[in-house]
Design a protein around this ligand. Structure first.
Ligand SMILES: [Zn+2]
Length: 608
């Protein structure tokens, strides 16, 4: 008999569900039942157990069995010769993110890894899930359904299969075929989503990513669960589904729609990278504690590299925009002083205590393995293309990784580097590639951007930002770049608008603000005695100019003079290298899928 779950939602307005797990006792004196402390894909111990109350156990005749809690995540049930044991509890569901549980009158979203307990030692056994939903509700789950129950082959599969349920009036569902396989998209919440526009773009992303691996890794079904909300954004990958959370008006305005498509491409790429190519450190998951790996730069980083590549190959961004996205990311990295303090491998290892708990010092002390990892993926792609004269690329590497390590025991900690060296063969300089990995992944030295870009005849011009909104970009005509004009005045503090003040969110390492003693949490009440137009006046100030800040710190008014510096050259614009060889130009065209600059064939307009 499978371990049988019943999810009941008698009163969704109470924001909770009731869960029962029935299983055979098989003569055991006691059974330990446990809820994971974390949700795979989101590397933080969240202690989901804190949402459980009233856990009790009964035998097949309804007799109460003694239950003791033996650690923060485990309950011990005394079986007392019961034939079967039913454990029941209530679970509070009030957190709307992709990795937690949320129930209200309009829907229920459950992550079994955060909701369903399992019997310790029986993780490999099959599970069934039955639902007792409010009248008029229906449910979506990527598991096969048979005789009114969803079926998972083991707890791992159940934990990886989120459930969406609710009345039809709160959801829209859309079926479509991609790569010959049925896919379903269920949307909860209202906004400017329009299936006619969005689904063809999702199909292009699926096609583009499947082409890298020679097809999809499943043959029957896939479920996209899309939640529209006020401003939250997130995604979580699963083997047969993904959960996406985006602001409700994400589908018309160009940059927010691009952001949505990047999220879709990211979570879908995880089908291969993380869900099938899994670090050995995750094989199997330890549900009771942190699962450390130094590979998140490849798991999340390469996935973030491919979210951009997928949009380009799907024709959803132009070659110009593709380059702009990378220039923006590199600029963002150059504005993160923590890149010189923490290596990618270290940032991966410390994800559990740092990445999901950012604070005012994060930008000065650490680096995102998403951001820097995606740029390392970009540079590695260029490096492989350069060293192989265009016959190898990052595509070959991720394919080889999946082939070598796609099954247990999974990807060893040095597996990416080894596979890359193997891919090129010793004759193309494996020793120097080893050095490349040491520098990019294990050190805090600057990335070798210029060398990588030279492979495709591009140059990265570093200049001061023209304005607070200047994110970097790509320029066809280098003479248009004004790199020699005097830089703007620079304070070096991240400022947030508050009613009648500017709050200092963070102070950049080595900045004039830091030298003057300005600190995170300070509230700037006036600039040179006045509070109007403070940001604009700061923006107009010159390097060397001294400003007087009136600021409140812990309720006390302080006067702080700050001498502004010159804005750092932390903004990157890509330009074509006019001296590029024909070989470099050919590699650029192959890499971009188009000629840049000029003669570019514009992608077909959307809607065709
Ligand atoms: Zn991810």
């Amino acid at each position: 008999m499978a371990n049988a779950y019943l999810f009941r939602i008698p009163q969704p307005e109470a924001r909770r569900i009731e869960i029962e797990l029935s299983l055979e006792a098989r003569g055991a004196r006691s059974l330990d039942v446990r809820l994971p402390v974390w949700t795979p894909g989101s590397y933080l111990v969240r202690e989901h157990q804190r949402h459980i109350d009233s856990l009790r156990a009964q035998d097949e005749s309804g007799r109460e069995l003694p239950v003791d809690k033996i650690d923060k995540h485990t309950w011990r049930v005394q079986c007392e010769r019961a034939r079967s044991v039913k454990v029941a509890y209530r679970l509070h569901c009030f957190e709307l993110t992709v990795r937690t549980n949320h129930v209200d009158a309009t829907h229920a979203f459950l992550n079994p890894s955060a909701a369903a307990i399992f019997a310790v030692g029986r993780e490999e056994e099959p599970c069934t899930v039955r639902l007792a939903l409010p009248p008029g509700w229906r449910a979506w789950m990527a598991l096969p359904e048979e005789d009114g129950a969803f079926r998972a082959q083991d707890y791992d599969e159940l934990a990886d299969s989120p459930l969406e349920a609710g009345p039809e009036t709160s959801h829209s569902t859309h079926g479509f075929t991609a790569q010959g396989v049925e896919h379903q998209l269920v949307v909860w919440g209202r906004g400017d989503f329009e299936a006619r526009k969005v689904i063809p773009d999702i199909v292009k992303i699926i096609d583009g990513e499947a082409a890298i691996f020679g097809g999809l890794p499943y043959k029957d079904r896939y479920l996209f669960i899309l939640h529209l909300n006020e401003k939250g954004r997130g995604g979580l990958e699963h083997r047969r589904s993904c959960a996406l959370l985006v602001p409700r008006f994400s589908f018309v305005q160009k940059s927010s729609y691009e952001d949505f498509l990047l999220l879709v491409a990211h979570e879908f790429f995880h089908l291969w990278n993380v869900k099938r190519l899994r670090p050995a450190a995750f094989t199997p998951y330890d549900w009771t504690r942190e699962n450390h790996t130094r590979l998140l730069w490849a798991m999340e980083g390469f996935t973030s590299t491919y979210e951009v590549i997928a949009l380009r190959r799907a024709g959803l961004v132009t070659a110009q925009r593709f380059l702009e996205i990378w220039a923006e990311r590199i600029s963002q990295l150059l504005r993160t002083p923590g890149r010189l303090r923490t290596s990618l491998a270290q940032a991966s290892y410390d994800a559990w205590i740092k990445h999901y708990r950012p604070d005012e010092s994060s930008a000065n002390t650490t680096v995102s393995y998403y951001l820097k990892g995606s740029i390392v993926g970009l540079l590695l792609d260029l490096e492989l293309r350069r060293r192989s004269a265009g016959t190898r690329s990052l595509d070959d590497l991720v394919r080889a990784l999946l082939q070598k390590h796609g099954l247990p025991p999974g990807l060893p900690e040095d597996g990416v580097e080894r596979a890359a060296i193997e891919l090129l063969g010793a004759e193309r300089g494996s020793a120097t590639l080893h050095e490349w990995f040491r520098r990019a992944v294990h050190s805090t030295e600057e990335l070798q951007l210029d060398e990588a870009l030279a492979a495709v005849g591009l140059k990265a011009v570093r200049r001061a930002a023209n304005s607070a909104d200047d994110k970097g970009g790509a320029e066809v005509d280098p003479s248009k770049l004004d790199v020699d004009s005097p830089p703007r005045g620079w304070l070096g503090a991240i400022l947030r608008d508050r009613p009648s003040a500017l709050e200092v969110g963070a102070v950049v390492e080595g900045s004039p603000a830091q030298a003057a003693g300005v600190a995170a949490g300070d509230e700037i009440a006036a600039l040179d005695d006045f509070r109007s137009e403070m940001k604009q006046r700061l923006g107009r100030a010159q390097p060397g100019q001294t400003l007087r800040l009136s600021l409140f710190r812990m309720d006390e008014l302080l006067e702080v003079p700050v001498q502004l510096g010159g804005a750092p050259r932390d903004t990157v614009t890509f330009v074509p290298d006019e001296k590029a060889t024909p070989e470099q130009r050919a590699l650029r065209e192959q890499w971009l899928g188009a000629k840049w600059p000029a003669e570019e064939i514009a992608p077909r307009p959307r809607g065709e």
